[in-house]
Design a protein around this ligand. Structure first.
Ligand code: C5P
Length: 291
């Protein structure tokens, strides 16, 4: 069996409307996922037994890593006794709202399904992925754009030829997803009106993606996890302001953060903005495109 190398792309959310808390502890939400060409690379090498994760990054290398758990889950589900060495080259920052861990897990599910010739359908892999994390089914879907509903795991792909340049700014601090949702719950219980999504909802952005609107409408961008960031909000808002001053059409916190994304008209503008922002030392900067 020859080793298999797969790419695991990052995502941003152009829209994230978190709603109420469900009996299972998760939050009901509606989101628009956008896939980017910032990728981790994974090489899967078949072994007679045992799962081994090799990475130069500081991430956990055992079951605390979603990529490791994905391999264990797939092996158990298939009822086989193979093993795998997962070589992970990390480029997507962690605790950043870019879905890096979830994407690695999806890449392991898709890759091992091929390597071990298991023949599981994409729908089956997505269902397994949902057990690992709410964002995993989006990455399993292979869509460039998709709506996520439920806790984010119910995916509707959106066909679009749009390819957009993004500048990502990842501040020095990260944000744990669970904490962002907990903070949201507290604010929602207090009846905060700023948590209410805009009237047109996610449809504004879908119309743009389906070419039924020529212009990207910044008012369609929304994330109600942004306002619950408390002491870190100020730093996020400064980065947003800088992105907009540097020519971004729209700027927003991605997912539960801490990355802030800016969408640009073209590559030259994105690179110019990135140069301006690096001078401000706001964080690590990436110039990327939808994939
Ligand atoms: O699904 P995932 O494991 O990525 O979620 C991490 C944490 O984020 C969950 O344990 C939960 O606290 C929170 N979460 C939530 N509602 C969602 C997704 C995540 O409350 N829809």
């Amino acid at each position: 069996m020859r080793p298999l190398t797969v790419q695991a792309p990052a995502k941003v959310n152009w829209y994230l409307a978190v709603r109420g808390k469900r009996p299972d502890g998760y939050h009901e939400l509606e989101t628009l996922f956008v896939r980017l060409n910032l990728c981790d690379t994974l090489t899967l090498v078949d072994r007679p037994s045992g799962i081994r994760l090799v990475t130069a990054s500081r991430l956990p290398k055992g079951p605390a890593n979603l990529a490791y758990r994905a391999a264990a889950l797939l092996r158990d589900e298939a009822g086989i006794s193979r093993g795998v060495e997962i070589r992970l080259r990390k480029r997507i920052p962690a605790a950043a709202g870019l879905g890096g861990g979830s994407s690695d897990a999806a890449a392991v599910l898709l890759g091992l399904n091929r390597l071990w010739r298991l023949g599981f359908s994409r729908a089956k892999l997505a269902a397994l992925g949902a057990r690992l994390g709410s964002d995993v089914p989006f990455f399993v879907s292979g869509a460039a754009y998709a709506l996520g509903r439920g806790r984010g795991e119910r995916i509707t792909p959106i066909a679009s030829r749009r390819r957009l340049w993004h500048v990502l700014v990842k501040p020095p601090f990260g944000i744990a997803t669970r904490e962002a949702y907990q903070a949201f719950s507290r604010r929602a219980a207090a009846g905060d009106p700023s948590l209410t999504p805009p009237g047109g909802g996610v449809k504004i952005l879908i119309r743009f993606l389906q070419n039924r609107r020529a212009d990207l409408l910044p008012e369609g961008f929304f994330n109600n996890l942004e306002v619950v960031l408390n002491n870190r909000l100020k730093k996020i808002l400064i980065i947003k302001k800088r992105l907009l001053e540097s020519g971004a059409k729209a700027a927003l916190l991605s997912g539960s953060g801490s990355t802030v994304l800016g969408v640009f008209e073209n590559g030259a503008q994105a690179r110019r903005a990135a140069r301006r922002l690096s001078a401000k030392r706001s964080g690590k900067i990436f110039v990327v495109r939808t994939l």
